[in-house]
Design a protein around this ligand. Structure first.
Ligand SMILES: [Zn+2]
Length: 444
């Protein structure tokens, strides 16, 4: 029995392989074409329904790319890029997506005269709003179009220098038609970008339709620390061993692989082999508007194709996805986060105990005021433990003194404990914020 859709929806998911341009739904494409006065080619479908029909069957990667690049032509203004990304975030917010590292292809726009800054600003604004309003954190990954000459890709890297340096672009990627354009062509581009900012992460599409060797080349020549698709890695046992050893994440896209005829069925994907070999992978949607499913639909497709995978297997996949994110959470970080959560609970317990003791102190203060008005031979009601008893005034005075002393000691102890917890919470917060910045929220 496959796991339930409800469980997959609740599972905290990260998406690492999503082309923002690939989220352009027909119902946004036509209005944007009209808004911007963009004429679509004569033989292009004329209605949303016709275009959706076309999206149901692509002959191969190239056939898809032809439609994909026509689609991008309708994007011109900063607002268009914002609208596109915002539509994506709004949709996946209800699918349990927590974190997205999203690709964009500036060259598809700059060659049409749209500035890199315009594209980036629109996407960035949507990312910021998604974090603010939907609680989805994100990173932008700038991709080089590998069908373009490496020299032109280098121009893009140079133009993007300020955005790479200020961290707006968190990672560099490589996409588009894979087979004729091996990773080696882009070695210099990757080196130049990394030199601009050592924190820049490197990833590359490899091993989707290209051979396992392209994956090895992406690791060795481009120094990628993540591989997009990477499906064909399964052909090379030594490579699998290496990916497992280095915890290199493969960003798999099941529905895309079926749509682009990389495999005929999700069941043919080597996901079980990756699991058995300890190769971490995440599940992603690639170009969801074109491939018939966003992240949740991809998880569901995998659960149906691998019905023996239980909640523990999916939890492992989701955990691997978190670990493989650009914001890397190490085991040490995980320990810190756990300690932080425990301390917050302990602080709550200590605070309510302190409040209880302070109420007790108020009671004793009341009694000591009251007792001054009572004659020595009279009896006074006094609380011992849970019991109220009548005692001679002198006995109450003696008992009260003892109780006050003990209580003061307890309160001082609790105050010390609370201060120590606060101090440790402060330290952990400092360490976690220093590493994760805005990507973590430790406030309540
Ligand atoms: Zn892709």
């Amino acid at each position: 029995m496959p796991v339930s859709v409800e469980f997959l929806k609740e599972l905290p998911k990260c998406e690492h392989h999503l082309h923002l341009e690939g989220t352009l739904e027909p119902d946004l494409l036509f209005p944007l074409a009209e808004r911007n006065g963009v004429a679509l080619p004569e033989n292009f479908p004329k209605t949303t329904a016709e275009l959706e029909e076309k999206y149901k069957s692509f002959a191969d990667l190239q056939d898809f790319l032809n439609y994909y690049y026509i689609g991008t032509n309708v994007l011109l203004q900063e607002q268009d890029f914002f609208d596109l990304a915002w539509a994506y975030f709004s949709r996946v917010a209800s699918q349990g997506l927590c974190h997205a590292e999203v690709f964009y292809d500036p060259q598809s726009h700059t060659e049409r005269g749209v500035a890199l800054e315009t594209v980036t600003a629109g996407f960035k604004r949507a990312c910021e709003r998604a974090e603010r309003e939907l609680g989805i954190t994100s990173k932008l990954i700038m991709c080089l179009l590998r069908h373009e000459a490496p020299a032109k890709c280098m121009d893009l890297v140079r133009a993007a220098q300020p955005l790479i340096q200020d961290g707006t672009i968190a990672a560099l990627g490589l996409d588009s038609a894979e087979k004729p354009f091996p990773p080696a062509l882009f070695k210099d581009c990757y080196a130049a970008a990394k030199a601009m900012n050592p924190d820049l992460q490197l990833t590359a599409h490899a091993g989707e339709e290209g051979p396992a060797q392209f994956v090895t080349d992406a690791l060795d020549l481009l120094h990628a620390t993540r591989i997009d698709h990477g499906i064909n890695s399964s052909q090379d046992p030594a490579l699998l061993e290496r990916l497992a050893r280095d915890r290199t994440l493969l960003t798999c896209c099941p529905l895309s692989n079926v749509k682009l005829q990389v495999v005929q069925d999700v069941r043919e994907l080597p996901l079980q082999r990756f699991l058995d070999a300890g190769v971490p992978f995440s599940i992603n949607s690639d170009d969801p508007a074109y491939f018939g499913g966003y992240i949740l639909e991809n998880y569901v497709a995998v659960s149906k194709a691998f019905p023996t995978w239980d909640v523990a297997v999916f939890a492992k996949i989701a955990a691997n996805a978190i670990e493989g994110s650009c914001v890397q959470v190490t085991l040490e970080d995980q320990k810190r986060i756990n300690e932080f959560s425990k301390l917050v609970l302990r602080k709550d317990t200590a605070a309510s105990e302190l409040a209880r003791q302070r109420r007790e102190k108020e009671y004793l203060d009341d009694v000591s005021l009251e007792i001054e008005l009572v004659d020595e031979d009279e009896k006074v009601q006094y609380r011992i433990g849970e019991l109220f008893v009548f005692l001679p005034q002198a006995e109450v005075v003696a008992q009260l003194e003892k109780d006050m002393e003990a209580l003061d000691e307890r309160i001082a102890g609790l105050e010390d404990k609370e201060a120590a917890i606060d101090e440790r919470i402060g330290e952990l917060k400092g360490e976690l914020y220093a590493k994760f910045g805005d990507n973590i929220n430790l406030e309540r």
